[in-house]
Design a protein around this ligand. Structure first.
Ligand code: FES
Length: 234
């Protein structure tokens, strides 16, 4: 057991795996895009960044709690960082939000509204990747991917399917099946768990149920199976 000070409030912790969990246990709101308690820590989005009493910033999801820590979660500097991160993510994202299948439940958009992002100062990236509709159940739109890696960790570490992963580098980085294959050409089992954790419309489930059933009736379609329990999204 230990104590830390969060925004001036003394908070006790015991076995919490990271500072983020201690903050949330204290009922302090802090935004996250890439953290799920059932997935490994990736620290990609940096939205959960906090500041300590020396002005050092760090991702709270990737930091173990230590006795005597003094941290701040909502300073003007942190709010500025978060808004800039969201602006950058939105600029790299295909923003056809009104017709997006995730419209109304997009976590990225919800955070942008919550953080007061009312303009985007950066040039929008062109939507240049083809949409992969080859799977009987899943649609993959790389133009909406924010590279949080949640689907990769779900598919690889939890489901042990390994149908998708990161490929290429820098601004060309993509989450994709290997060797430019389509989803239908991988061993994807259509469990849909990647969609459960995807915060945007980058992965969605086909909505035309007749089409899904026709495809599943096809003996060439890989069998649908839920190989692990659905995760609870934290
Ligand atoms: Fe901590 Fe994304 S939630 S870096």
């Amino acid at each position: 057991m230990g104590f830390m000070t969060i925004d001036g409030q003394r908070v006790e912790f015991t076995n919490e795996p990271n500072v983020l969990t201690v903050i949330r246990n204290a009922e302090i709101d802090i935004p996250t895009l890439c953290y799920h308690s059932e997935l490994s820590i990736y620290g990609a989005c940096r939205l959960c960044t906090v500041e300590d009493d020396r002005g050092k910033t760090f991702a709270s999801c990737a930091e173990p709690p230590r006795d005597g820590m003094v941290i701040y979660t909502n300073t003007p500097r942190l709010m500025r960082y978060r808004r800039t991160i969201l602006e950058l993510l939105l600029a790299a994202h295909d923003r056809d939000c009104t017709t997006c299948v995730k419209s109304g439940e997009c976590h990225l958009l919800e955070l942008a509204h919550r953080m007061g992002v009312d303009r985007i100062r950066f040039k929008n990236r062109e939507a240049k990747y083809p949409i992969d509709e080859s799977s009987p159940a899943i649609v993959r739109n790389p133009n909406k991917c924010i590279l949080c890696g949640d689907c990769v960790r779900m598919c690889d570490n939890v489901q042990s399917v390994n149908a998708i992963d990161f490929a290429y580098r820098g601004t060309s980085t993509l989450v994709t099946p290997a060797f430019n294959k389509t989803i239908a050409q991988t061993n994807c089992v259509n469990c849909g768990q990647c969609r459960v954790v995807c915060p945007t419309g980058a992965i969605s489930i086909k909505t035309n149920i007749d089409e899904v059933w026709d495809a599943l009736a096809d003996p060439n379609t890989i069998v649908v199976a839920q190989v692990a329990p659905a995760v609870r999204v934290a």
